[in-house]
Design a protein around this ligand. Structure first.
Ligand SMILES: [Zn+2]
Length: 165
């Protein structure tokens, strides 16, 4: 690492510690030439993911947009802000785990549906109705049948009645 004081590239690390809540490592360095000390920060590279829309346009993946979509679907439902944040993080990490520079918007939508399915079934149906372009109650009924076929993961959200049984 080039010394900011004398431009020498000989230095040694004298201390390393986590910084920014674990998102970075701060290294304290000492220049071997001029003995000045300086710090460097190491962070994992944030890979930008593009989302290919149905109309062919490519947009950068935006966490805020994803969060807004999930918040809208869960509005006025017994879903805590923490659970929403968790769902957003789960979708984002699954998308990043694909390791691709570009994903189809269908893939994003599918991950959101998977997250909402576990979170709240009304939220799931709300999102599905927009995402899949429901035009009739039959569409809802069909989706509900599909939804009932999925086993529930995790505890039932407080205050929500089971659809039957
Ligand atoms: Zn130096």
């Amino acid at each position: 690492m080039r010394c900011p004081y004398c431009n020498s590239d000989r230095d040694r690390v004298i201390d390393s510690r986590p910084a920014e809540d674990g998102a970075a490592i701060r290294r304290r360095r000492e220049c071997a030439a001029c003995r000045q000390r300086f710090s460097t920060y190491e962070r994992s590279e944030q890979i930008s993911v593009g989302v290919r829309k149905r109309n062919g346009a490519l947009e950068p993946f935006e966490r805020a947009k994803l969060a807004a979509g999930i918040e809208k679907a869960t509005k006025n439902l017994p879903v805590s802000p923490a659970a929403v944040r968790q769902a957003v993080a789960a979708v984002e990490s699954r998308l990043r785990a694909l390791g691709r520079r570009e994903v189809d918007s269908e893939v994003v939508g599918g991950e959101v549906l998977a997250a909402l399915r576990d979170l709240d079934r009304v939220a799931y149906l709300r999102f599905a109705s927009v995402y899949k372009g429901f035009t009739s109650t039959d569409d809802f009924a069909r989706e509900l049948v599909t939804l009932e076929g999925y086993p529930r993961r995790g505890p039932e959200p407080a205050g929500r009645m089971k659809p039957h049984g």
